[in-house]
Every structure is written in C-alpha cells, then in structure tokens.
Design a protein around this ligand. Structure first.
Ligand code: DON
Length: 480
C-alpha cells in the first residue's frame, strides 16, 4: 500500500489531464522575459488546513507573481495603517474594467486594490513621505514586502531581476496611472518610488506550492498552516477575501464567482491563487492568458475542481473542518462473551488491530480529505477500521465518494472497512443518488475520476460492528 498514489492525488492527475489539451490563449508578450516562458508549463497545488500540500505537474517551475501580489501588498497597507485610513485612499468597488484601466471613483480614489491604480497606491502606502523617500527607502520597504510574502508562502522568496528591469523599462501605462494619482495630490510619496516598489513586488518568483500556501494562509485567517506563524490579522484576511471575490478576476469577476465561486487573484505570469475560506488554498500555473489577463487553463482547472469537489464558497454553509472527533483501538475493551475460550484468547492478542475513527460535523471535501489521509497514513496500524458517523450532520456527494472509496483499497490488502451509521445517513445518501436519476443531484459530481466508492459493511450500532470485526479476525485465525 505504501508508495501507492493516494486517491486524492489520482483525482488531481485526472483533472490536470482533462484540461491539458486546452491550448487557448497567449503568453504575455509585453516584456521579453514573459514571452520567453514555456507556454506548456502547467502545475497545480492544493494546500489544506494543516499545511499538507498536494502538488502536481511543474511545481518546481518558478514564475513571477505579478498581480497575485496585489492582495498581499494591500494586506500590508491594512496592517500598517488600519482599514479606515486605507479606505480613505483606496475604494473597494469592482471596476468592471481591465486591470490597467486608468480609473478612479468620484472621490478620485482608485476603485479597488486589485486593479493597477489601487495596487500602486497600496505600494505607495508602504513608503516614507515624499521628502525623505530615496532608493534606500524603497529597498528597505521592499525587504519588508519580501519578508511578508515569504511569511505567507512559508519559505524565503526571491525576486527576478530581469523581469524587474523590464517591467520598469516598459511601464508607460503604469507611470501614467501613478502620475495621474500624483496629480490629484493623493500620493504622499513620490510616484516613481511607488512604481519602483510595485514593479519589484510583481517580479517576486513563486511556484504553485507557494501560491497554495499563501492561499491557505488567507483561508486560515492569516496564520500560515505550514509554519504556524501569524502573518496578518483575521480582519485583514476577511478584507482580502472580500476584494478578491468582487474584484480579483477583473472584468471576468462575475463569471468567475458564478462558475468557480472561490475568492481568487490572477497574474499575467500565468498564476492563479484561489481560496476556500476556512479550508484550503489553491495555486495553478499555466501561462497562456485570455483577454482579461487570466490563465486559460488555470481558469479551466479551477472550474473543474470547484464543480467536482463542491468547493464553491456558497456550497459550504456550515462548519466542515473538524471531523475526526476521536481515534482509539479496542485493546482496552473486553472480548465478546459469545466466543469460545480459545477464540477469546486469540482475539485478545489482536484487538489492538481494530481501530475506531469517530467523525463529527458536516462532511464536505476538506473534511473528507483529512479523514481519508488519516486512514491511509494509519493503514499499517489496523486490520479492521470502524468509521463511526453518528455525529455527522450532512455528508455531501464528494465526501461520501471519498470515504466509501477506502473500502476497496482496504479489501485489496486483506483489511476490512466498516461503517457505524445508526441514522442511515450514508445509506440514504447512496440510495438518493441511485434512485433519483431523473432529478439531478446538484451537489453530486458527475464522475469523480480515480475514486471507486463501494458500500462497506454498514452497522447500526458499535456493538454490531465490533462483533463483525471479531468475526473477521477469527476468520483469519481459522484460515491459517
Ligand atoms: O502592472 C503590470 O502591468 C504587471 N506587472 C502586472 C499585471 C498583472 O499581472 C495583471 N494581471 N493579470
């Protein structure tokens, strides 16, 4: 069993393959460094609440973060000045316009921090005032930016010097934006210094593992799940999720919220960062872009993930993360009286190979993922696994598929899976799925490739499950 690809990994490989042949869009070509990247580069990472990361494809490929930097610098401005001071300068209204539109609201504030005007303004708020700002001050501010971004990713990041040089040399449009803001008297520092800091932040190199870690940090209220360090406050995280939802995908934002439903940010380097609040972060890389500047395959992958795994944020209505309530084996309990003396003494030697996992809460992808991973990781420690779900409220189709997929895996290795389901939650969910072919089950994946669900032995009481487990172990005994 060890070394075998997990079922969750199998599913991600499938999603990658399904979208692989989509070669639509074009690599950004406004600077030579971006037009020179391999257009077929392709990677997907997903980081869950405890920092565990699923990595697929070219996850060693580093690319520039570009506009995915915008929420992070906005977070720094919020942490430094507080929301009231930042709101006085940068709006939070979706612009419905392209990322580099020269647009401000009727108070002459950039409409939001996700378009260039707002992002350049946010960068300016990290710098000292006009009269003292110089090259050293920009370098010092950038050191803080790099430190902050690294804290979000959970590892030390670096900047791509060539991209930075090209960005500074070609940015007429961004200069126009910064000087327009300056002409309103809104900037408190020099427009050139703000631009310099903005170009540097855009040139930071990341991988999809980094983006997934940054996403998981935002999902986790500012605490990086890989390092356990708090990088920004819960209020800041809430603010980022809000502006990413309404403005993150630019003029494609409405379509994105409808079809994917995850707060997200894209960059012209080909990266997309998406977040399921409270649960996980996703990083995708594929450098061919659509007309909005969003990665074509990246959007495709996110759509599939969201649809298949039920990740749309409005699909998750209740707490769905704390799912393993307790784990124990049966070594401390007494053996059933129905067995003969010989059978009982045999069972005493192997009762610790019967393991019980008690689950609680609502079970959706994130919860099922952690249960699944735990069951796989512990596999050497049990022969019979009893999953007790009496405290499960709702179990969605994805979670059901994932939990039930353990059965065949265990069968293959001579183990046994049992379910204690007093209220028949799983049974009802399976039956509804089987019988209602006329009624589309909205939360059911059409097909969750790679998973192979089968109903394990279902019992309505723990006592019945234990007797069945003992019967199974005794069969081993007599078969020897
Ligand atoms: O400001 C620019 O033009 C770039 N350095 C970053 C833009 C970007 O990533 C837009 N997002 N899709």
């Amino acid at each position: 069993m060890e070394g075998m690809e997990s079922l969750v990994d199998g599913y991600f490989s499938h999603i990658m393959n399904e979208c692989r042949s989509d070669h639509g869009g074009a690599v950004a070509d406004y600077i030579p460094e971006l037009s020179a990247v391999d257009p077929n580069g392709y990677a997907l990472s997903l980081c869950v609440h405890d920092g565990h990361t699923y990595s697929h494809g070219d996850t060693a490929t580093a690319f520039t973060i570009q506009s995915v930097s915008k929420p992070l610098t906005y977070a720094m401005a919020l942490q430094k000045h507080g929301a009231v001071a930042v709101d006085a300068k940068i709006g939070v209204e979706p612009s419905g316009e392209a990322f580099n539109e020269i647009s401000v609201d009727d108070r002459r504030r950039p409409k939001n921090p996700m378009i260039n005007a707002g992002a350049i303004f946010a960068a300016s708020m990290l710098l000292p005032p006009m009269d003292t700002v110089d090259e050293a001050a920009v370098a010092a501010a950038f050191a803080e930016v790099l430190e902050f971004y690294s804290g979000c990713a959970g590892r030390r990041l670096t900047m791509d010097e060539d991209v930075y040089a090209s960005e500074s040399a070609t940015g007429s449009r961004n200069r126009a934006i910064a000087y327009m803001l300056d002409s309103f008297g809104a900037l408190e520092t020099s427009p050139d210094a703000a631009l310099d800091l903005y170009y540097r932040q855009c040139s930071i190199r990341v991988t999809t593992d980094d983006l997934a870690g940054i996403g998981a940090t935002i999902a986790n209220g500012g605490v990086n799940p890989r390092t356990g360090r708090s990088v920004f406050s819960g209020e800041t995280a809430q603010r980022l999720l809000s502006v990413m939802t309404t403005c993150g995908m630019y003029d494609g934002a409405g379509d994105w919220v409808t079809t994917v439903g995850l707060p997200a940010k894209s960059g012209v380097g080909g990266g997309i960062l998406a977040v399921l609040p409270g649960q996980l972060g996703i990083g995708v890389y594929s450098p061919r872009l659509d007309e909005h500047g969003n990665s074509v395959r990246g959007v495709q992958v996110c759509r599939s993930l969201s649809k298949d795994l039920g990740l749309h944020m409005f699909n998750v209505t209740r707490e769905s993360r704390v799912t393993i309530r307790s784990v124990y084996d049966l070594s401390d309990t007494s053996v059933g009286a129905e067995w003969s003396e010989r059978e009982r003494s045999y069972l005493r030697t192997c009762r610790d190979t019967i393991r019980v996992y008690e689950l609680q809460g609502d079970l959706t992808f994130a919860g099922a993922e952690s249960v699944h991973r735990r069951l796989e990781a512990d596999m050497n420690q049990y022969t019979v696994v009893i999953v007790e779900i009496s405290r499960i409220g709702v179990i969605d189709a994805v979670a059901r598929t994932m939990v039930l997929s353990m059965k065949r895996r265990l069968d293959q290795t001579g183990r046994r899976a049992m379910l204690v389901d007093p209220d028949g939650v799983v049974r009802a969910s399976v039956d509804r799925h089987r019988n209602d072919t006329a009624l589309p089950d909205l939360d059911a994946p059409q097909e969750l490739q790679g998973f192979d669900p089968a109903l394990p032995h279902v019992h309505s009481t723990m006592g019945d499950a234990i007797t069945d487990a003992e019967t199974f172990l005794l069969k081993h005994y007599y078969d020897r």
